[in-house]
Design a protein around this ligand. Structure first.
Ligand SMILES: C[S@@+](CC[C@H](N)C(=O)[O-])C[C@H]1O[C@@H](n2cnc3c(N)ncnc32)[C@H](O)[C@@H]1O
Length: 342
């Protein structure tokens, strides 16, 4: 086991789910500087080179892969760079939740996963919606660079870029197929070696206004509902069935119910999806006084108390109250509640 890496990880690991939404990058880097982002930095070669070439900028690499994150942290440390950081998380969550409007000066996406099977195409990162999101976070004049060696993805990216009202090519053409100006990435070298044509897109944000329909997720006070019921926790647990509902862009699924050995609380494993986030959390039902129970968010796994979590608690409370005619809600601090039970 490489304890050095673990030490570096524990002191420096930044994750999109733990950082503030939005994040104050100037505070994190301890200086005001233009922000450059690389999404899916893989081995980190391009990221480190970018940070070296641009000491006047704060450079952030985003990756979903923990392996890449470890590599990135190590490379940044070895290079002695103080202007580069890596964040573990999904690109969509990173851009929407962590980056304020017009805060990204330059954004690079090198050789994104092509998802070649037609039925997986929708998983591709670059699409009209993602370009719209980027348009809200990149100010006029800011740069967007994309490279791919996948012919079919290149066609789709070309169409998206030609369609977008928010970006324009900095070149006379939509893309070029040779670019010796930039450092080569690992996947670029593999593509070239295997004889594939690389497409390089060098675009710029224009000054067309882009409506910001992508707010950072809201964080609310820790939610709770108090209700009275003559039922015991065991009786409530016995009634449990998997249940789900959708309201607006929030989808909640109550997956499983567990009772503690001390008989003092029930733990409800719950899935909450609200664009761009998904959280798998534990909701708890515990005694507050005789015949009085409180439903709250269990702190296992650093859950973020979003409006979706409030809806999940409201959903669970309505279900629990529906189990007995004498049960009723006594108190709640929720702002978002379930309109109608499914
Ligand atoms: C094909 S590799 C390219 C790596 C590197 N840019 C290169 O050119 O060598 C794609 C990388 O993007 C990362 N990735 C895929 N989807 C992502 C997402 N939604 N958000 C952040 N990173 C993502 C993967 O973990 C992987 O490291």
């Amino acid at each position: 086991m490489n304890w050095d890496i673990i030490g570096v990880m524990s002191s420096k690991l930044l994750t999109a789910i733990h950082l503030p939404w939005p994040t104050d990058w100037a505070e994190l880097f301890q200086r005001e500087a233009p922000l450059i982002v690389e999404i899916g930095f893989g081995g980190g070669e391009f990221l480190v080179d970018l940070a070296r070439q641009r000491p006047e900028c704060n450079v952030v690499g985003v990756e979903i892969s923990a392996y890449s994150i470890r590599k990135g942290i190590k490379k940044i440390k070895t290079a002695g760079l103080t202007n580069a950081k890596v964040v573990q998380g999904n690109a969509q969550i990173f851009v929407q939740s962590l980056c304020r409007p017009a805060s990204i000066r330059e954004l690079y996406i090198n050789f994104p996963d092509p998802w070649p099977k037609a039925e997986h195409n929708r998983r591709r990162l670059i699409n009209d919606g993602f370009l719209h999101l980027l348009a809200t976070r990149i100010p006029a004049g800011g740069l967007l660079e994309i490279a791919t060696d996948h012919a079919d993805y290149a066609e789709a990216i070309t169409e998206c870029l030609q369609r977008t009202p928010y970006f324009e090519s900095r070149l006379p053409t939509t893309f070029i197929t040779e670019d010796d100006q930039r450092p080569r990435t690992k996947y670029e070298l593999i593509g070239l070696e295997e004889g594939r044509v690389c497409h390089y897109y060098k675009w710029r944000r224009n000054d067309a206004a882009a409506e910001d329909i992508f707010p950072a997720p809201q964080e609310l006070p820790m939610p709770h509902i108090v209700f009275s019921t003559p039922m015991s926790l065991t009786e409530i647990g016995q009634q449990f069935e998997v249940a789900q509902f959708t309201q607006g862009n929030v989808r909640v699924k109550l997956l499983e119910m567990f009772k503690s050995l001390s008989n003092e609380q029930i733990f409800v494993e719950t899935y909450v999806s609200e664009q761009p986030l998904t959280q798998r959390v534990g909701l708890s039902i515990r005694h507050r006084a005789p015949q009085e129970l409180v439903i709250g968010l269990h702190d296992t796994g650093f859950p973020r108390p979003t409006p979706g979590i409030q809806l999940a608690i409201s959903f669970l409370a309505k279900w629990a109250v529906s189990l007995h005619p004498e049960a009723k809600i006594l108190q709640s601090n929720l702002k978002s509640t379930v309109d109608e039970m499914p």
